[in-house]
Design a protein. Structure first.
Length: 139
């Protein structure tokens, strides 16, 4: 494994996932979350826990890149990225929000929005990491 490539890919996924999560959950779904305030931290409490979001995004990014490089193959890199993004969406997003829906009283519409928006995010992240590993020889 080329550590410099791994670290750059991880950093790129970390930055992109942090920004995309902010756009999705901090902007696009803000009003939907406002209607479920009883399930959320207060704004002040959220601010005091913001570092944990970044730590979580960092661990996600390390795992996301690490799992990708284990399966790099000779198919076109863009196809690999889209395929990988879709698979990670099933594992990391769909499963999570369906479980949340089962244990917390989230509105179904909010869950569907979360899942749909995160599909776009995961496809973007999959293509991003695939761009760092365009051929098996570059792992």
């Amino acid at each position: 494994m080329k550590w410099s490539r791994f670290l750059l890919a991880t950093l790129a996924v970390f930055v992109a996932s942090s920004l995309l999560n902010f756009v999705i959950h901090g902007l696009l779904l803000k009003s939907a979350y406002g209607s479920s305030e009883d399930l959320m931290r207060t704004p002040a409490d959220s601010q005091s826990h913001a570092i944990y979001l970044l730590v979580g995004f960092l661990f996600f990014s390390i795992g996301f890149v690490w799992i990708f490089i284990a399966g790099v193959n000779q198919s076109p890199w863009i196809n690999q990225g889209l395929h990988y993004g879709a698979l990670m969406w099933l594992v990391a997003s769909v499963s999570r929000y369906v479980i949340y829906y089962a244990i917390q009283p989230w509105p179904l519409g909010t869950v569907v929005e979360q899942i749909g928006l995160e599909l776009v995010m995961m496809l973007i992240l999959g293509v991003l990491v695939a761009a760092f590993y365009r051929t098996k020889a570059s792992v």
